[in-house]
Write a protein that binds this ligand. Sequence first.
Ligand code: HEC
Ligand code: HEC
Ligand code: HEC
Ligand code: HEC
Length: 152
Amino acid sequence: MNLLFRVIVTLLLILSAVSKGLAEDKAYVGSLSCRECHEQEYNRFVKYSKKASSYKSIQKMETKLTQQEFTSCFECHTTGYGEKGGFVSVARTPELKDAGCEVCHGPGSLHVETEDPDEIIGRVDQESCQACHSSDRIEVFDFKPLLFGGAH
Ligand code: HEC
Ligand code: HEC
Ligand code: HEC
Ligand code: HEC
C-alpha cells in the first residue's frame, strides 16, 4: 500500500512538472483573442494603429519583390515571425499576419487562458520598439515613435 502511494505521488509530480514545462512555452494568439476582455484597447488599436493592417503594406509591394525579399518583411510587419508559436504564413497562421498587440506585450497564450496579469508584459519600454523602429530607420524616416504612439 505504502509503495503504491509513493508510486502515485511520484507520477503526479512528474505529470505536474511536464505540464508546467509545456505551459511555459508561451505562444502568440493574435489580437482578436484579446478583444473579449480588452475591448476598448482592441477597438482603438484596430481603428487607429497602422500596425493593425501592416500586412497589407507589404502585400502591396509583393509583386515587385523576390520571395526572399518579401519574407524579410515578416520580421517587423507580422507577429512573432521566426519565434516559437509565431507567424509562419497567411495560410497557416492568418491571425498573426499583422503586427498585433503581442509585438509590444509579448506572446499571450498563457495570459488568455489564466487572465493572470503576470503572464503578459504590462510595462512596455521604449527599448522594445527598437527591434522594429531601429535607429537606421529612425534616421531614414526621420520619425521616432513616442512610447504611447501606435498603441491604443
Ligand atoms: C479572458 C480574459 C482576458 C483575455 C482574453 C486577455 N486578457 Fe489581458 N487581462 C485580463 C485581466 C483580468 C487582467 C488584469 C486586469 C487588472 O488587473 O485590472 C488583464 C491584464 C492585462 C494587461 C496588464 C498587465 C499588467 O501587468 O498590468 C495587459 C497588457 C493585457 N492584459 C494584455 C492582453 C493581451 C495583449 C491579450 C491578448 C493576447 C489579452 N490581454 C487577453 C484578462 C484577459
Ligand atoms: C514587431 C515590430 C514592431 C514593434 C516591436 C513595434 N512596432 Fe511600431 N510599427 C511597426 C510597423 C511594421 C509599423 C508600420 C505599419 C504599417 O504602416 O504598415 C509600425 C508603426 C508604428 C507607428 C506609426 C503610426 C501608427 O499609428 O501606427 C507608431 C507611432 C509606432 N509604430 C509606435 C511603436 C512603439 C511606441 C513601439 C514600442 C512600444 C512599437 N511601435 C513597437 C512595427 C513594430
Ligand atoms: C526592421 C523592421 C522592418 C522591416 C524588416 C520592414 N519594415 Fe516596413 N516598416 C517598419 C516600420 C517601423 C514602419 C513604420 C514607419 C517607420 O517609422 O519606420 C514601416 C513602414 C512601412 C511602410 C509604410 C506604410 C505607410 O503607412 O506608409 C511600407 C509600405 C513598408 N513598411 C513596407 C515594407 C516592406 C515591403 C518590407 C520588406 C521588403 C518592409 N517594410 C520591411 C519596419 C520594418
Ligand atoms: C505599440 C505598442 C503596443 C501595442 C501594439 C499594444 N499595446 Fe497595450 N500598452 C502599450 C503601452 C506602452 C502600455 C502602457 C504600459 C505602461 O503603463 O507602462 C499598454 C498598456 C496596456 C494595457 C494596460 C491597461 C492600459 O490601457 O494602460 C492593456 C490591457 C493593453 N495594453 C492591452 C493591449 C491590447 C489588447 C492590444 C492590442 C489590441 C495592445 N495592448 C497593443 C503598448 C502597446
